[in-house]
Design a protein around this ligand. Sequence first.
Ligand code: ZN
Length: 427
Amino acid sequence: MKKQLSLLALLCSSSVYAEQAPKNIIYMIGDGMGPVYTTAYRYYKDDATTKPIETTVFDTILTGMAYTYPDDHTYVTDSAASATALSSGHKSYNGAIAVNTDKKPVKTMLEIAKEKGMITALVATSQINHATPASFASHNESRRNYDEIANDYIDNKIAGKLPVDLMLGGGTKYFIREDRNLVEEFKAAGYQYSDDFTALKDIKQLPALGLYAPVGMPFALDENPTRLAQMTNKALNLLDEKKQQGFFVMIEGSQIDWCGHANDIACAMAEMDDFANSIELAKKYIDNNPDTLLVVTADHSTGGLSIGAHGQYKWETEVIKGVKATASKLTGLLLESNDMKSVWQANTNIEFSAENKLKLEQAKKLGEKPLNLAIKDIINKASFTGWTTGGHTAVDVQVFAYGAGASEFTGSLNNTDIADKLINFIN
Ligand SMILES: [Zn+2]
């Protein structure tokens, strides 16, 4: 009897969810954010003065896991192939921007949303024509064709309209060129344009384009720890005004991946914090708008990050929290300064020991790259952080969902399943 009742409850709840097809979709992708990053972030955020380990926003909305392999038998995907799978439901080769293995364009969920008359938006801290956002609104055989991808944001008309109503990120270098000035074309098409991040609040209506850096925006740790959260907040406010039409937005934590490639743990945790705060905002939006769905996932993991290293059973988060600049910024500061000790002590809480001093001095004589590697080596050793690669890894990634239709995203999924389910909702 009990079994029958719970089965009935399950049937009822699934039919309730089936009725609740979401009106709006917030799709968030942590680039490079394998499961180890969300675990590391939990310990990084832990309040050490209390016994329990505090949970994070990721822990509150975890629903499943997804495979990320591309369609070229390498197992290890890049961001382009994975974003193509996540945007269109089609596996492709590494480097593909919303094209299949035969290099033919595949329709993306953003394009379908636009066809349906929904409002569309892309938000990223990378250049807005970088692989992940590109795979939602452009089609190209190579992610490296940045100019052509940017052109698509004007030329890839959907039912006679420009594909994306709101774009926030970096990339002026690709939009204002000698051969073509896309910014002027966007303005002529009625877009409000800004390249001043301090004037983000002045973007008052759609359509709009905000390009806040020549290429990628500065790292969260180096300049503005909340720039993605601020753009997320702005995007959700603007989209909310048009919600009667329904909206689709893809928001990318772009630079978790870049810190992973650099094997820079303090950089990665600052990016995770900005992304987590952005997810909190999306969650809050859904609490006020239960007809909206939030899906969060990653395209792959990066760096082979390991929490614990060198055979030691510990991970020193205080060391990581004590690092005040990315290794690349710290490299520049140490190269410029004659007082390495002051620079080191202003930017880390790691002792400027005789051993570390010698290591940094010797590396500085060899130049920028050896110095950069020496800095990261000291930080990784002191914090017991391990890395196995400067590239990506093929571990499954987590899937998180919240709001209308969230129960669809449970269990073991292929990354293409996520896209298929979202496209099904949009259709
Ligand atoms: Zn990457």
